[in-house]
Design a protein around this ligand. Structure first.
Ligand SMILES: C[S@@+](CC[C@H](N)C(=O)[O-])C[C@H]1O[C@@H](n2cnc3c(N)ncnc32)[C@H](O)[C@@H]1O
Length: 265
């Protein structure tokens, strides 16, 4: 993982080379549409209130959970304690990214959505609310965290979420094989190169022309940057959008040439 200062340097570098996020000078109609209609859509969708009310509630929750650390392979290497409040402040995607994911789902209307890394379920609820017709399958390996997320889904009355508890290494492959396809995947757990690329390969087996994969923290470490470069170079990937904090992958064959875009957000 890069230090705070290294990450700041990376961000400045990104900021200087990325396009301005207004769509000016963009030659790709697809990217222009993405910037103007999804990235910069400022409509205050009423659904936003549900995950943000949950976030507020969790921020003041001092309940202590035992966290199973699954970051280092298929076995639980160690466990430690954290409050719900600290998890929501440090591990959950921001309101800005949650709302962007909501708009990506709203626009693309995926019917099978897979999230790797539920945590407390805040981002899962954005995904589920954006298309009530979709099934959101979300995976979490830390038992007590998964239990809180499940309680949150019930309290929000979100019925289109299926929670799968377990290590991605053990459950992802079978879960993917049982699906008609993966329309949208959000990969937000186990941020290391080898597992990230392996999950990409597993998800790829169920992808199709209109699938969208979103990877979190692509500049978080040298390993994640390498994984992101390898994913971009994969022959089935036709277009990527790097927003620094997340990277979005498209497979559409109708793109005439491969394009890799960095956009400030
Ligand atoms: C960054 S958090 C997810 C945040 C969530 N997507 C959100 O924005 O609300 C990552 C989660 O992935 C889980 N995780 C990490 N590695 C895992 C693995 N190998 N198998 C299952 N869960 C894992 C962690 O327990 C943690 O809760």
């Amino acid at each position: 993982m890069y230090s705070k200062w290294q990450l700041a340097g990376k961000y400045i570098n990104f900021y200087l080379r990325a396009s301005n996020g207004k769509g000016h000078g963009t030659h790709s109609p697809f990217i222009f549409h993405f910037i103007t209609k999804i990235l910069n859509d400022t409509v205050p969708y009423p659904e936003y209130k549900i995950p943000e009310d949950l976030r507020k509630k969790l921020i003041s929750d001092q309940t202590i959970l035992t966290i199973d650390d699954l970051g280092a392979g298929s076995a639980i290497s160690k466990s430690y304690k954290r409050t719900v409040s600290s998890i929501v402040k440090n591990s959950v995607k921001s309101k800005k990214i949650g709302q962007l994911l909501f708009r990506i789902v709203k626009e693309n209307k995926p019917t099978t959505i897979l999230e790797l890394g539920t945590s407390l379920g805040v981002t899962t609820s954005y995904l589920a609310l954006a298309n009530p017709e979709a099934t959101v399958i979300t995976m979490e390996g830390s038992k007590e965290v998964a239990a809180v997320a499940q309680k949150n889904f019930t309290a929000m009355q979100l019925r289109n979420i299926i929670m799968k508890e377990g290590n991605f290494d053990a459950i992802l492959s079978a879960a993917v094989q049982g699906l008609p396809g993966v329309d949208l995947a959000f990969i937000d757990g186990n941020h290391r190169q080898e597992p990230t690329e392996r999950y990409f390969q597993q998800l790829l087996s169920a992808s199709h022309n209109d699938s969208v994969f979103i990877f979190d923290d692509i500049h978080w470490s040298r390993e994640m940057e390498q994984a992101w470069e390898n994913i971009k170079a994969h022959p089935s990937v036709t277009c990527t959008i790097d927003l620094f904090f997340i990277g979005i992958v498209f497979f559409r064959q109708e793109f005439l040439e491969k394009g890799h875009f960095s956009i400030r957000y």
